[in-house]
Design a protein around this ligand. Sequence first.
Ligand code: C2E
Ligand code: MG
Ligand code: MG
Length: 557
Amino acid sequence: MTGLWLYQRLDRLRFLNYRGKIMVTAFLGTHVPLLAIVVLMLLLTSPDFSTTVWVLSVALVATLVGTAVTLYVLNELLKPIRATAKSLRDYIGRRVMPQLPGNFRDEVGVLMADTNFTVERLDETIRQLEFSDPETGLPNRAALEQALAKKIGTATESKPVAIVAIHIGNLRSILAASGGDAGIEVLRTLVLRLHRYPLNDGLVARVDSDALALLVPDAADVAALEGTVRRVLADLREPLSVGTLQIAPTITAGIALAPADGNDPRDLVARAMAAATNPEEDAPARGFHFHSVAAANDLLGRWRIEADLRVAIDRGDFELHYQPVISRSSGKTVGAEALIRWRHPEQGLIAPGLFIPIAEESGLIDGLGRWVMTDACNQIRSWRAAGLQAPRISVNLSARQFQDKSVDAWIAGTLKQAGLEPSALEVEITESAAMRDLDYAVETLGRLRAMGMLVALDDFGTGYSSLTYLKALPIDVLKIDQAFVRNIGGDGGNAAICGAVIALARGLGLQVIAEGVEEEAELAWLEDKGCDLFQGFYFARPMPAEAFGQRLLTRAA
Ligand code: C2E
Ligand code: MG
Ligand code: MG
């Protein structure tokens, strides 16, 4: 800037601040008349002493009064500048907004008003950068955490607040492949789809480059929330086109609840995101996962469930439902899977996804698993006693049950007690349980098969097993996880996986069952690829033993 020559020189006087410089200048300036008089008096040839003293005294008093008034007024005039400087420092240091008066009209008055205005605008911009995602304009993770913090205060066990994290598995590769444009377009379309669901007081935020999250302030009805999340997921997975590209978003979700899963907003968002990206092992393939089992249980909380489970096991408050496995070529029911249900005295029928993981973590699964096996065997026997030809019945073994070294012995004991031959039974273990310790799995499954049982690898496709391992495992059946069957016509990825699994199973001489078939189109696609065995709502839902017996009766007749 030009014209600051003198200011630059004066600025070098480090021992004086701005106010000091003005004050010293004013002091010296106002003393020029006095100094001039002193010099003049000294130069006069015959000074009259008393006149000199009188003149000097008057000049001195006048100068001092004038100086005092000048300094006082200057000091007052400088106050707005000092206040402006202090306000700016407070904003920079502590983000305190300036509250300078705006009713003065000279340049300094304008400076104060402009400072207020400029800092407000600046702060708004900073806030936008801090709390919103520039690509979508959505609130970002920090904004979500801030909003969540406000809601957590009033959340209770019976009126929890939920964070639903939504992870778009293939977004990073779309972003990378398209230089960002298609990825952002996908994201915007998904956000539009999300906004179809009324959120009341909640919000949609972008919490990571490939993740969105919903804040649901009132999640009192966790079952309803679960239903909504299912619908949202189905909606988001619908293929979309960007330019000439057809994209099928691969979506997973995770839910965390406050206060059940904690009260720290950062922690809760992180938990929901972790649940969306790292589905818990053995979690049922429902396309989304609660961050913890406790979160899935609305009013009760984990400990209460565990206590209730103990009582229920003692009382036998469980029942097995049976879901048929259909062979399309013969049109026959060639098997059925036994699926446990808990008949809770207050909550009615509870699905296994809500209590099997708790039973597994707490060790209660040992007793429960034995009950399942015993009940399934007894049921086969009573169907036979009633003259019905029961197909092979498959029973799920959890990871922990399978790790129990005496698993083959107790299953053999149960079969014997019921008077059944081992071939009446099929055991299902999940792919992830089998892969935990391959040597152990090979040996144990080998023993079960040697006894005459069939062995199925459940939820295949979710456990990342290598093909070499698969070849080593002594199994008879591969069950394709329902997550891969969903949307099979539209989702390129799912179609490729199902096609490959069917071809693989055939190559290895295994039977393959497609789970979770709901639509005619899914069935047609799978059949076309050579799959013959199906289990899904399209054919039949899991049903009580009596209904399944009835079905056997009518089909046989
Ligand atoms: P799974 O072994 O993969 O069982 C199949 C699940 O898919 C069942 O859920 C069944 O109801 C559901 N399903 C079948 N067809 C369809 C369909 O067309 N659409 C949809 N959306 N779902 C379908 P369920 O009964 O809730 O069981 C969930 C999981 O709980 C089972 O998954 C299994 O891992 C576990 N589980 C069930 N019973 C037992 C048991 O006795 N012991 C152990 N350890 N785990 C069990
Ligand atoms: Mg199963
Ligand atoms: Mg399964």
